[in-house]
Design a protein around this ligand. Structure first.
Ligand SMILES: NC(=O)CC[C@H](N)C(=O)O
Length: 251
């Protein structure tokens, strides 16, 4: 069976912080190297798109003002996003995008916006406008695949009441200054504060996202079914961060 990865990048023109676009470039390359068709579609404010047509939805990070500007459009797509998720479209969310799938987001000026409310987590602002900034390494278990994920975080938002964190923080902050946990993963969405961009620095996560997306069309598809690729440049970049943060690289 010829597989295809059809991505819809929501608000591609305004939600793209710290190289989030690199995530799309990596998916394209890792698919092409395996003869998997790759289609990248984008969806801006006001554009008509049926998100059920895709097997992956991607939403990157953004500053507070940008998050506020898109929220009416995002909320107008709530039913369609829910339907896509029910039909096994996988969702990858970075930082500002991750926040907007929860109950609400309170920005640094204390203005509050409703999120999509798909999950119980919510995001308050850091006290006295403090922000979690810096490189971060977490330890995650992605449906049995144990991996260490590296990235860069820069958020004022403090995300609380996270029932299923993506991983345990080994160095850096994560969902809040002191929760010790980072992100959210429940099999349907993977939300994380990690820019970096995320996927170029974490080939295992990139392949995991590809696997989850392909499972919409082929539920039997497994991570191990992906042809292994050569990751020496990615690993060299990871080595630098592990060394700099003084964390033992075990995977
Ligand atoms: N990097 C981001 O996406 C920032 C998200 C949000 N504006 C915050 O500061 O918490």
């Amino acid at each position: 069976m010829k597989h295809s990865l059809r991505v819809c990048w929501l608000y591609h023109d305004i939600m793209d912080l710290y190289g989030d676009k690199g995530n799309m470039m990596v998916l394209k390359k890792r698919c092409e190297d395996r003869d998997i068709d790759f289609v990248l579609d984008t969806c801006g404010i006001g554009e008509k798109k049926n998100l059920c047509d895709y097997n992956l939805i991607f939403l990157g990070g953004g500053d507070d003002k940008t998050q506020f500007s898109l929220i009416p459009d995002l909320l107008s797509r709530k039913e369609n996003i829910k339907q896509a998720m029910d039909e096994n479209t996988f969702v990858l969310l970075i930082c500002g995008g991750y926040q907007l799938f929860g109950q609400y987001y309170t920005a640094s000026d204390n203005q509050k916006i409703d999120g999509l409310k798909f999950y119980d987590y919510y995001t308050d602002t850091g006290a006295d406008r403090t922000r979690c900034v810096g490189n971060i390494i977490i330890e995650a278990n992605l449906d049995g695949i144990k991996t260490q994920i590296v990235g860069f975080e820069n958020h004022g938002g403090q995300t609380k009441n996270v029932s299923k964190p993506l991983g345990k923080v080994l160095s850096g902050y994560g969902n809040t200054f002191d929760s010790g946990y980072e992100g959210f993963y429940d099999g349907k969405i993977l939300g994380t504060y990690l820019h970096g961009p995320l996927l170029p620095k974490n080939p295992v996560v990139a392949d995991f996202v590809i696997t989850k997306a392909l499972q919409k069309d082929d539920p039997e598809f497994k991570f191990e079914d992906l042809k292994p690729l050569e990751n020496s440049f990615d690993e060299a970049a990871r080595d630098v961060l592990f060394k700099r943060l003084n964390v033992e690289k075990t995977r």
